[in-house]
Design a protein. Structure first.
Length: 200
């Protein structure tokens, strides 16, 4: 599975410009205010289902493309994202997004959420999160937990719009995991894990 290249360079595009819809990598995406009327009202058909065994390989590929590695560290837990239960989004038979999760004793932990750039901003991520919330309530979980890096302003905005609140910042966790600080979105140094929760 190949992601589209960034419009400005040859890096994989993991975002889409909200105005012109150009594919963008994390280096060339900018956190800038955009008025509601400038965001295109694109409609795309998709379905959400539980992942199948066949989907695991595609999730593994997407995880490597989005984050450069198969293993994620979230809430002090190392997970291989493609091995976890997940919901997937499909459009015309193609996997266009997923959310993987791990039920804990009291909480539901989201390990990873990814949506292909051409399907961002059309409700795929929100629909995937709705499935997680339904699953968490069915399992009588009290909270949904998710974390993101300090540079990922689009993810922070997305989760907070869905009712999540920041409750903890783990300073330097990501920098220590990788042994260095690298530039992220808009050149922001990637250092910290931002933890959010939604009380059900």
């Amino acid at each position: 599975m190949n992601l589209t290249e960034c419009y400005f360079c040859s890096n994989p595009a993991i975002y889409t410009c909200a105005v012109c819809r150009k594919p963008l990598c994390s280096i060339h995406v900018k956190a800038m205010p955009v008025c509601h009327s400038c965001i295109p009202k694109t409609r795309k058909e998709f379905t959400i289902t539980e992942k199948t065994e066949k989907d695991s390989l595609k999730i593994k590929e997407l995880t490597k493309l989005f984050w450069g590695e198969e293993e994620q560290l979230t809430f002090d837990v190392k997970v291989r994202v493609h091995e976890l239960p997940a919901y997937v989004a499909r459009s015309n038979g193609k996997l266009v997004g997923f959310v993987s999760y791990m039920p804990l004793k009291v909480d539901m932990l989201i390990a990873a959420l990814a949506v292909l750039p051409n399907y961002q901003g059309v409700g795929v991520g929100k629909a995937l999160m709705q499935k997680i919330e339904e699953k968490a309530m069915k399992l009588s979980k009290r909270r949904i937990l998710v974390s993101t890096s300090n540079d990922d302003l689009p993810a922070l905005a997305f989760y907070q719009k869905l009712g999540f609140q920041i409750f903890e910042v783990k300073s330097n966790v990501i920098a220590e995991k990788h042994g260095q600080t690298v530039a992220g979105i808009n050149g922001i140094p990637i250092r910290d894990e931002i933890r959010l929760r939604k009380i059900l």
